[in-house]
Design a protein around this ligand. Structure first.
Ligand code: PMP
Length: 349
């Protein structure tokens, strides 16, 4: 850090993304990407768009918004495309953080970083001992709520009826539901954005739609909230979604069946792998996401992480005390999960 840095930023500890190692080939189960490539139509659209990279992209991303609106069943003024869903979270903290925020005490680490960055008061609401969210703790908060559903890294999902109760009881404030993992088996609150003008749903194409490297996410909300967030976007980075990504996103909406089939395949591998891990003595949460969250009484979280790494398998280990015994394992293809399970069997033996 230089002597020139703003004193306000000195205390901010940046988010540490999962490793993207280049030193050797790993079975990469650490950052919840899709194991499947983008569809051929997406690759073609991206290549075509690359031919016009000398021009600025459409700052309103109109065609992408229209495609998204149709897919999500809302109007185009209810969608804001963003540079990965991290960006819409950042916009939401800027726009609605003044009210203070509530987040689960165990959740996506980026929320705490954004709260520090924007000097937003953060109240952490404890999960139950089994990591589930008691939705009654989230009623009438008197501040902005930020919840991942399914939650990360636990994978546990709230039923839609409980999400609706939270939104309905907090009409004075915005409720952000981060649906990064919703396509792998949880109920989406998108349709509720037409009923509640205080609900912001965030989505990403990084996991379900094989576009993590393209950086594409969406905010879906009432026209009023989307106007707020668009003003923040236009005040920070008007061309936030680049031309290649806009074209890829439009084509991906056109190939939704391909992506949903991939999500179902991942969910099937998740459930198969979870069952095998339980047979091996692991405690595994009932994940509705594209990752598993598991611990074993016989091997520490850190040790399992290290031993898998030595065998060329990368998973995600968090050192924070309440979850240090766990590892988060992205669900890949059947072959990748076979390699993972064989390595785990070897380590336990
Ligand atoms: N929300 C949650 C819960 C996540 O785990 C992630 C992935 N790191 C994101 C949002 C952001 O994903 P992206 O910026 O790639 O859309």
């Amino acid at each position: 850090m230089s002597v020139y840095l703003s004193p306000l930023l000195r205390a901010v500890e940046p988010y540490v993304p999962g490793e993207q190692p280049r030193d050797r080939r790993y079975v990469k189960l650490n950052t919840n990407e899709s194991p499947y490539p983008p569809s051929p139509a997406v690759l073609e659209a991206a290549e075509r768009a690359a031919g016009s990279l000398n021009l600025y992209c459409d700052p309103t991303a109109l065609r992408l918004r229209e495609a998204a609106a149709e897919a999500f069943g809302v109007s185009a003024d209810m969608v804001l495309p963003v540079n990965g869903s991290d960006e819409i979270l950042n916009f939401a903290f800027m726009a609605y953080g003044h009210a203070g925020i509530a987040v689960p005490d165990i959740s996506y680490g980026f929320y705490a970083v954004l709260a520090e960055l924007h000097r937003v008061h953060r109240r952490e609401i404890p999960l139950r001992p089994d990591f589930s969210i008691d939705h009654r703790d989230w009623l009438n908060l008197g501040r902005t709520a930020v919840l991942a559903n399914p939650n990360a890294p636990t994978g546990l999902a709230l039923p839609l009826s409980e999400v609706e109760e939270i939104v309905a009881s907090n009409r004075e404030n915005v409720v952000v539901i981060d649906e990064a993992y919703v396509d792998f088996g949880a109920g989406s609150a998108v349709s509720l954005t037409k009923k509640y003008d205080n609900l912001l749903v965030t989505r990403t194409f990084s996991k379900s739609h094989s576009l993590a490297g393209a950086r594409l996410g969406f905010g879906i909300a009432s026209p009023g909230l989307i106007a707020d967030l668009t003003a923040v976007k236009d005040s920070t980075n008007p061309y936030n979604v680049n031309a290649v990504t806009q074209a890829a996103g439009i084509a991906a909406f056109g190939d939704n069946d391909y992506y949903m089939a991939n999500c179902r395949a991942v969910a099937a591998q998740r459930d198969r792998t979870a069952a095998r891990l339980r047979e091996l003595g692991f405690e595994v949460t009932d994940s509705r996401a594209n990752f598993l969250f598991a611990r074993h009484p016989g091997v520490s979280g850190g040790e399992l992480y290290e031993k898998l790494r030595e065998r060329g398998i990368l998973v995600r280990h968090f050192s924070a005390a309440p979850i240090a015994e766990y590892n988060r394992v992205t669900v890949g293809t059947g072959e990748q999960m076979d390699v993972f399970v064989r390595a785990v069997e070897e380590i336990l033996a």
